[in-house]
Ligand binder design. Sequence first.
Ligand code: ARG
Length: 574
Amino acid sequence: MTSPTVALTERFQQALGKAFGDEYADADPVIRPSQFADLQANAAMALAKRLGSKPRDVAARIVEALDVDDVVEAPEVTGPGFVNLRVRPEWVASQVEQLGTRLGVPEQPRQVVPLDYSAPNVAKEMHVAHLRTTVVGDALARTLEHLGHEVVRQNHVGDWGTPFGMLIEHLLDVGRDSEEAHDLEASPNRFYQAARAKFDGDETFAARARQRVVTLQAGDPDTLALWGELIELSKAYFNRIYRLLDVTLTDDDLAGESIYNDALAGICDELEAAGIATVSEGALCVFLEGHTGREGKPVPLIIRKSDGGYGYATTDLATIRHRVEDLRADRVLYVVGAPQALHFQMVWETARLAGWLPDGVEVVHVKIGNVLGPDGKILRTRSGDPIRLMSLLEEAVERAEGVVAESRPDLDAETRSHIAWQVGIGAVKYADLSVSHDSEYTFDFERMLSLQGNTGPYLQYAAARIRSILRKAAEAGHSAGPLVVGEEAERALGLALLGFGDVVAAVGDTLEPHRLCGYLFDLAQAFTAFYEHCPVLKVDDDAVRASRLTLCTRTLDVLVAGLDLLGIQTPDQM
Ligand code: ARG
């Protein structure tokens, strides 16, 4: 199966070669969906400049050389030199028939892609920003894997650093089996805040905490064992969130800051020896060109503090090196909050200078925008505390429970609560995914759970409705058959189906899952239009019914596959 864009691009390039010579045969004809036709080619503008003629004339010559009669109806030159293209129903039918199990999604040459996402901090509550990197990262992981890549999930949890001194001392004070210690699994902020309060208010505790950091960093076995307990309790908390969220992260994907400890001294030594890092006011710093703060003062990347401690930047230098040298990455992705952009720029620039990040390896910061509350500020509870992610997710499921109770009072309680989980979590994920990942969005339960508009539940409902049509067809003994595209709504739906592979590939390239959301929403709307105009179960003609059942089946396949790439389940019934 070929998508219309791919098929037509090829034909246009043949025509360009034929009309203007071989050196033009690799020009991009820029074929895009258009509101005036199915597709519009915008080849003539760029070429006209190269050829020194008028775009409209160039367009006319292209059309003359085009051999596309089997794919589109007569191409039409419009405006300053666009070519409008309307795909033939027979071609649509033949390509939909050939969709196959991959539904048109290409199998790309395999790349190794370390993917850094989620990355919450030990002994701290995951907040909505972590929710979004988790959800976006997981959708990218699924999509890239489906495109044929080897995704190496790297959950870069914050499991090291100065706070661990106070956390360990607090754990010792309260006792490992205490209720407070178990807060780490349920509501880690309480534990963290209690430790913090003691640290700020109690000088002897603070001194113990500082001493503890030293013994931790020196690798004292007892201290490491205590640290390990903190990690275990936090892992239990993360995993509860991950299972509730239905994301693919497991303990095997943990690659926290602590695993880079042994590399940090060497990183500093090498950078210093190479003259890339220099000591300034007692700290080892990298000064990079173009990074200046107020009054033109250079802003350094500090890799060893004046007290000898290493920080977040040093760890990220070791991290990129590990991903390039040990994991043999082709492409390294960081799904992390947008405010960390400067940090990554400086880390990568330093790594490039050191030769740890060769030009052939692509690094991308997939910037995650803020999640806002109804007041337009970063989402918080009314008392101003960060929202507990667990209660947020539980509320989503609870509210979905209400939606399902209303729409399906006939189902038993267990089935209903399973559907409510699928719908509630799907709604939260879709809200995160459907806006471009770097823009802010307002967290709004009403909107995300609505069965109308570009929402998760709307798409889940569309899939469930098709399932119900197919069930009824099966009960009546009707089966799907060869596709004959007669009605315009059938042609439009078929054409929409053919766009799936292109959009999945585009998500892999651009790392923008919202494109897939937009596509699925359009597809669901094309299905609705089709279903309104083209009766399926009630049509008399057996061949037409069979053909329409094929369209239903293929639409369901694409909806389910697309939502699955986003990490969203589709309930059997809703
Ligand atoms: N733990 C960090 C945070 O909560 C995110 C880590 C992102 N990954 C990285 N390689 N720095 O902000």
